[in-house]
Write a new protein. Structure first.
Length: 98
């Protein structure tokens, strides 16, 4: 379950947690069911290999610039070893953050 922070990062899928609280992505009702929250912490598979790979590296993603309604295209991607990238076009292009 999400606590009072804006982004919930847990070992359980945040999307699953939000769905259990009544979130429906098609309805864009996150602000209604979980005011002040954003989706963050789900594993990002990097299937296309657009982000750097390394043994044991795990990528996770989080929504950014979320203003209510449907989730936009902006995502923060962060790795288990400290790399951080942003995409503003839903995983088409990535910009490394230093």
């Amino acid at each position: 379950m999400c606590n009072s922070t804006s982004v919930c990062l847990t070992t359980t899928s945040p999307k699953k947690q939000a769905r259990e609280q009544g979130w429906d992505a098609r309805d864009g009702n996150l602000c209604k069911v979980l005011p002040g929250k954003a989706i963050g912490g789900d594993r990002f598979s990097n299937r296309e290999g657009q982000l750097p790979t390394a043994n044991n590296r795990v990528w996770r993603e989080a929504d950014i610039n979320y203003q209510c309604g449907r989730r936009g295209a902006d995502r923060l991607l962060y790795s288990s070893d400290g790399l951080i990238y942003v995409t503003r076009d839903h995983y088409k292009n990535f910009m490394r953050m230093e």
